[in-house]
Ligand binder design. Structure first.
Ligand code: ATP
Ligand code: MG
Length: 309
């Protein structure tokens, strides 16, 4: 369609230019016929010829000008529509991936929990086996809890701004309780944290959601044998650093990971469960409590997410 419009318009321009030229030539002939006694040089310097030439040049300028304006608008319009379509396509694809991973992530822990409960109901098991089954189920419940919280939160973030309930929050006990929960979910992993006296005035539930997402990501995107560290730094400002020794993030991905549904295309991400909602929610929550979040590289490898309160 666009090619057709461009071709039709180019043809229309050429036609107008030709008509103008024919009109000019015919008028020159008329001047010659009306003044047979004049030589070519005399005709070319006559007033009528000069006026005709100016009219011809002005008409040509008008045709070129209109063609330029039209083609420029068409070009920008086409580029704009193309970019919008591309963005919409990418968004649809991301939503499709999201629905796919959410339905998978909701189903698989539920089937795990159902199977565990059925086993406990039907079979008489010794204490050790029972504890193992219950611990696994607890870890699945925790995973479901984080996922459902994230989905509900992202829906709420879309429509209205969240209500902030300011209160005194004991950061060390908050972080310790989050770590306890995540240790149940990731029993093989080591999370290092040295508690210190740090009280902030903020929304406990929002802080908890931010930190769970950051610490869970650090666990998910780093190898099992590497620890994750959480540090509180107190100076002029208070920082919470979540440090991992994973594969880190490229400069481009350091910005992109905060987009809704965005997941890095690496092997590490593909083999890890997730919906790409976590960091989008984190960035919105950080704005809500007027905090700041920076991502940097850990040395020799990994990422550091630093929350400034
Ligand atoms: P979920 O919604 O379950 O959190 P997710 O972890 O994939 O899913 P985000 O938390 O938004 O989604 O993270 C987006 C992407 O950023 C991840 O898929 C991963 O590729 C990358 N990422 C996040 N944290 C880290 C990290 N600490 N190290 C390396 N890559 C990370
Ligand atoms: Mg995540």
């Amino acid at each position: 369609m666009v090619v057709y419009i461009f071709t039709a318009f180019t043809w229309w321009t050429i036609l107008h230019l030709r008509n103008n030229e024919t009109f000019f030539k015919n008028n020159v002939e008329i001047i010659k016929l009306r003044n047979p006694e004049l030589t070519l040089g005399e005709i070319e310097s006559s007033e009528a010829f000069v006026a005709l030439t100016e009219k011809y040049a002005a008409k040509n300028r008008m045709i070129y000008g209109e063609a330029f304006v039209f083609i420029t608008f068409m070009l920008f319009g086409t580029i704009w529509i193309y970019n919008r379509n591309k963005k919409e396509e990418a968004f649809n694809q991301q939503q499709q991936n999201f629905l796919h991973s959410v339905s998978h992530e909701l189903k698989s822990p539920l089937s795990g929990i159902k199977l565990s409960l059925e086993t406990l109901l039907v079979r008489e098991l010794d204490k050790e086996k029972k504890t193992r089954i219950l611990t696994n189920s607890m870890s699945e419940v925790n995973r479901l809890n984080i996922l459902i919280n994230n989905i509900l939160l992202s829906a709420r973030l879309g429509d209205t701004s969240l209500e902030v309930n300011q209160q005194c929050v004991d950061l060390s006990s908050l972080i310790t309780s989050i770590i306890k929960r995540l240790e149940q979910q990731y029993p093989k992993r080591q999370i290092k944290f040295s508690p210190s006296d740090a009280i902030v005035h903020s929304d406990q539930w929002i802080l908890e959601s931010i930190l769970i997402n950051l610490i869970e990501n650090a666990l998910k995107y780093s190898p099992d044998d590497k620890p994750v560290e959480v540090e509180i730094e107190q100076g002029k400002n208070l920082f919470i650093h979540v440090i991992d020794h994973g594969y880190g993030l490229s400069d481009k991905d350091k910005k992109a990971v905060f987009r809704k549904f965005y997941r890095v295309g690496s092997e590490m991400t593909r083999t890890t469960k997730g919906t790409g909602l976590g960091l989008y929610i984190v960035s919105e929550l950080v704005k809500t409590i007027k905090a700041d979040l920076k991502v940097s590289n850990n040395k020799p490898q990994g990422s550091v997410f630093s929350l400034k309160l």
